[in-house]
Ligand binder design. Structure first.
Ligand SMILES: *Cc1c(COP(=O)(O)O)cnc(C)c1O
Length: 403
């Protein structure tokens, strides 16, 4: 279904539209049809027409989406899953065994922490939260001989902290560990961690990649040549991370269904265009919030007051569409998120519509009481692509009515 990427040298938007997305060879349909069949006719035993035998093992739309994602991240392979957490679960099953250790960020998606600490904790995998913006803190958290991976989210959720991918990959590799980067907030349109030395990128494609808040999905993208740490043998044999992830898709099966694969591939085509607008409007909103609340209250990597603005400028080509701010008190934060009319009060992010939320009791409720607890006066906004004047007016009225 997919040929070698003939668009390898092309620009980002061209690859988002054409890599892995060739017209259907049988009919010429510019948008390849969506196959709903779970199984495939064989000419003779084991003689497959296009390499497909059963939907868990492979699916044409999955092959196609994975080729696009691999191209956009500059990876050897991409692997689509039914959710961002299913993708993370596959990475963790691939790299961690009982007795292993992982360094995780103190500032991360709550569900990632819950998966690593509560699920993998039961399987004997230990995790230490560290401030991944600090190389010293990460180095101190590494357990020599046991740490298989340093996990980092940059920009982080919801505090929009920035970690230095190139420096962390050197540090992780010096200790025989892999660097895994959750690139959900930046997307490949703004940041390519594999190009800076990371071994694995994970995405919640639910967010910017699908981009329209109508699908749940995840993906893993693997650096060319990446293998399991310390020469360990994998479950598929060779220890190549691409083969190991492919094996997880076959043997565990947390894969994305056809229609969701299709919606994800469709959303991805406009990613660059959407990100440009998300970035421009988020900047306008961050500036407005600084004028209203002061520098110290506004968290946005594009502001030169952000503590890691310089690292963000080096590793990102834009600062993204997420802005967080401190409302001053939990009560005021709750009143603000309940007073907007264009921004919808809802979890999630990365869609065309603007969303606002109160992390302490919503997205990050599962980390209250842990090292990852977020400030109780924090508000997080996902800046959509509506007319920016309407977004500003809505925030102004919400801040005004919240007192
Ligand atoms: C949403 C999110 C996830 C989890 O993805 P799901 O698709 O909800 O399973 C992981 N990481 C980040 C940064 C997220 O925002």
């Amino acid at each position: 279904m997919t040929n070698k990427d003939e668009f390898r040298e092309a620009g980002f938007a061209t690859r988002a539209i054409h890599s892995g997305q060739a017209p259907d060879p049988t009919t010429g349909a510019v948008i390849a049809p969506l196959y709903l069949s779970s199984t495939y006719a064989q000419e003779r035993v084991g003689d497959l027409r296009a390499g497909y035998d059963y939907g868990r093992a492979g699916h044409p739309t999955r092959t196609s989406l994975e080729a696009t994602l691999a191209s956009l991240e500059g990876g050897a392979s991409a692997h689509a899953f039914a959710s961002g957490l299913a993708a993370e679960d596959a990475v963790l099953r691939t790299i961690a065994r009982p007795g292993d250790h992982i360094v995780i960020p103190v500032d991360a998606y709550g569900g990632t922490y819950r998966l690593i600490s509560r699920v993998f904790g039961q399987w004997g995998v230990a995790a230490s939260p560290a401030q991944t913006a600090s190389l010293e803190a990460v180095e101190a958290a590494i357990v020599p001989g046991k740490t298989q991976a340093v996990w980092v989210e940059t920009p982080s959720n919801p505090l929009l902290g920035i970690s230095d991918i190139a420096a962390l990959s050197e540090l992780a590799h010096a200790h025989g560990a892999l660097l895994v980067v959750d690139n959900t907030f930046a997307t490949p349109a703004l940041q390519n961690p594999l190009m800076s030395g990371a071994d694995v990128v994970v995405h919640s494609t639910t967010k910017y990649i699908a981009g329209h808040s109508d699908v749940i999905g995840g993906a893993v993208v693997v650096r060319d040549g990446a293998t399991l740490p310390r020469g360990r043998e994998g479950m598929a044999g060779s220890g190549s991370l691409s083969e190991e992830l492919r094996f997880q898709q076959l043997a565990v099966g947390g894969n994305q269904g056809p229609f969701d694969l299709y919606l994800t591939a469709r959303g991805l085509k406009t990613l660059e265009l959407r990100m440009e607008r998300h970035c421009a409007s988020a900047r306008t909103i961050a500036d407005f919030l600084v004028a209203e609340l002061g520098d110290a209250a506004v968290l946005y990597p594009g502001l030169d007051t952000h503590p890691h603005h310089e690292v963000a400028t080096r590793q990102m080509s834009g600062f993204g569409g997420m802005v967080s701010f401190r409302a001053g008190s939990p009560e005021r934060a709750r009143r603000i998120v309940e007073s907007t009319k264009v921004f919808t009060l809802a979890e999630s992010l990365g869609g065309v519509e603007s969303l606002i939320e109160y992390p302490y009791a919503m997205t990050h409720a599962s980390v209250v009481g842990s090292a990852l607890e977020v400030p109780a006066d924090l508000v997080r906004v996902s800046v959509g692509i509506e007319t920016v004047g309407d977004l500003l007016a809505d925030l102004a009225q919400a801040l005004g009515s919240a007192g």
